[in-house]
Design a protein around this ligand. Structure first.
Ligand code: G4P
Length: 522
């Protein structure tokens, strides 16, 4: 198969959702399609403790995070599917955001009983910033939830994206009859936990289905469909690919119901890897020379070897194990001999990979997040990974002041690696760390102790809202502990506002001070 054909059949995506919306359940269904697991209920390491025997870093064991399940790949029909996990909850970290830089599309799960929740909004914003196409799966139709129109409106209002329902439910919960598949022009009948029945629209008149078609939920859904046809947005693949419209699918991951139709449509509509921006212009995925970038570094996966694995997204050419590549940042060449592909239950060696694939490369402490690796004469770097505004801030000090040298070295390296962000108090120069999730602090503490032999003390200054200042000169007297003035790594000033109220108060009272929200979506 040519490189072009290999690339065209790849679908690399992440599933984003708020905890409990059904990400694990849906992922399991997809893995079943890919024959990666034989029965549902095997992925969920958290509750079953399936991964207790694996050798990940101690902290991961405690939390039950599974690195193996962070990338899952399998062939499905004519496609090669790569699913990237986006950890949530207490496992939420900058890695969660960075993962989204390595995908070509996203599946957003919404719990029909709850609507849009906080974490979904955060992750959605990153997708929006990057123009990533988003496919929506509204889950738990087997339960009584919000009305479909209400859910559509919520998506449009809260997330500011056009919706196009690919299917439409008739009833919900106990009165759930099934879905009208607008795309395939068929009705998919819900039979509880039994297999669903697919009925072409033309056959719905059959007396066999009279009981169902005479049901009030059925006729209501028909009326709603007519309304959608008349007044709803038209489907536009172009808008979908630009991230301006989201195709919406209703279903139930648990039943399972509507999952197969959803996934079949998704793989056929989702984009294959597309060209990527670099310092030397756009690089096509078909380009014969291998290139890729590192979006995540996992330290100490195996405490016995203290190794680190860098997660690399292939962007062009063909990766072959043992090949020699150049690290664009330093110009040094590196042989990629130890590589891993991630499958749900094991870490297999990867022999070859193409654009869209994710491989794990052994990191001899040489890589940084955002690094570009290239084959041949090429000399370019992929666009830097964006910085994500932290929310949780903590002052950090070494327990033992005698260890200040190791303390500084450890912090320097971990910050450079992208494990955590560092800020300095504008006057005292004391260290303040910023993270998007609590996990980052746990990892930080653990690694400082295990790799640099320094015990650290962390003192929370709470959740803060960071806003960068544009002016070079800053009137320091405007700020205090509540609105803390700090400097970032590049010495830019920013203010850590205590809450929305203090931010608003400041804006009202100092309209001349320009504040930048790095996370603002245009
Ligand atoms: P997450 O990974 O997004 O956090 O969600 P997960 O799949 O773990 O699902 C959260 C809960 O919602 C689970 O129940 C799961 O069984 C349930 N669930 C997922 N999809 C559906 C659905 O389509 N319909 C219904 N009714 N429930 C669904 P739990 O009781 O918290 O976990 P468990 O003990 O059953 O595993």
């Amino acid at each position: 198969m040519s490189i072009h054909d290999e690339v065209t059949r790849r679908r690399t995506f992440a599933i984003i959702s708020h905890p409990d919306a059904g990400k694990t359940t849906l992922t399991e269904r997809l893995l079943l399609f890919g024959n990666l697991i034989r029965s549902a209920g095997t992925v969920k390491g958290k509750k079953t403790g399936k991964y207790a025997t694996s050798d990940w870093m101690e902290i991961e064991k405690q939390r039950g995070i599974s690195v193996t399940s962070s990338v899952m790949n399998f062939p499905y029909n004519d496609y090669q599917v790569n699913i990237l996990d986006t950890p949530g909850h207490e496992d939420f970290s900058e890695d969660t955001y960075r993962t989204l830089t390595a995908v070509d599309s996203v599946v957003m799960i919404i719990d029909a009983t709850k609507g849009i929740e906080a974490q979904t909004i955060k992750l959605f914003k990153v997708c929006r910033m990057r123009g990533i196409p988003i496919f929506t799966f509204i889950n738990k139709l087997d339960r009584e939830g919000k009305e479909p129109f209400e859910l559509m409106e919520e998506i449009e209002q809260v997330l500011d994206i056009e919706t196009y329902p690919m299917n439409w439910p008739a009833g919900m919960g106990k009165r759930f009859l099934g879905i009208f598949d607008r795309y395939g022009e068929q009705f998919i009948k819900y039979n509880g936990n039994e297999e669903e029945t697919v009925i072409p629209y033309a056959e719905l008149d059959s007396p066999d289905y009279r009981e169902m078609t005479e049901h009030a939920s059925f006729s209501t859904a028909q009326e709603e469909l007519e309304l959608l046809d008349e007044a709803g947005d038209d489907f536009s693949r172009e808008a979908v690919l630009k991230g301006k419209q989201t195709p919406v699918f209703f279903g139930s991951a648990l039943a399972p119901f509507g999952v197969q139709t959803f996934f079949d449509t998704f793989v056929s509509m989702a984009p294959a890897p597309t060209p990527r921006k670099s310092t030397e212009g756009v690089v096509s995925p078909d380009n014969p020379d291998f290139s890729g970038f590192i979006f995540k570094i996992q330290a100490n996966m195996n405490p016995a070897h203290r190794d680190r694995v860098a997660f690399l997204r292939v962007c062009s050419g063909k990766f072959e194990r043992g090949m020699t590549v150049k690290l664009a940042r330093t110009g040094k060449t590196i042989k990629l001999a130890q590589t891993q592909q991630f499958v749900a239950s094991s870490r297999d060696t990867v022999e070859e990979a193409f654009a869209g694939d994710i491989i794990g490369v052994y990191d001899p402490n040489a890589y940084r997040i955002g690094d570009t690796l290239i084959e041949g004469k090429g000399d370019f770097e992929y666009a830097e990974l964006p910085q994500f505004p932290p929310e949780l801030f903590k002052k950090v000090t070494a327990k033992n002041v005698m260890k200040s040298k190791q303390f500084k070295k450890g912090i320097d390296q971990l910050v450079q690696e992208g494990a955590i962000q560092l800020f300095k108090h504008f006057r005292s120069e004391s260290y303040i760390l910023g993270a998007v999730g609590e996990l980052q602090y746990d990892v930080f503490k653990y690694r400082m102790k295990n790799e640099y032999n320094v015990e650290v003390m962390l003192e929370s200054i709470g959740e803060r809202i960071p806003r960068w200042l544009t002016a070079d000169k800053v009137d320091e007297s405007l700020f205090d502990e509540r609105n803390l003035l700090v400097r970032d790594r590049e010495d830019n000033y920013l203010v850590l506002f205590k809450n929305e109220f203090s931010l608003r108060w400041f804006k009202d009272n100092h309209p001349d001070v320009e504040l930048i929200d790095l996370f603002e979506v245009n």
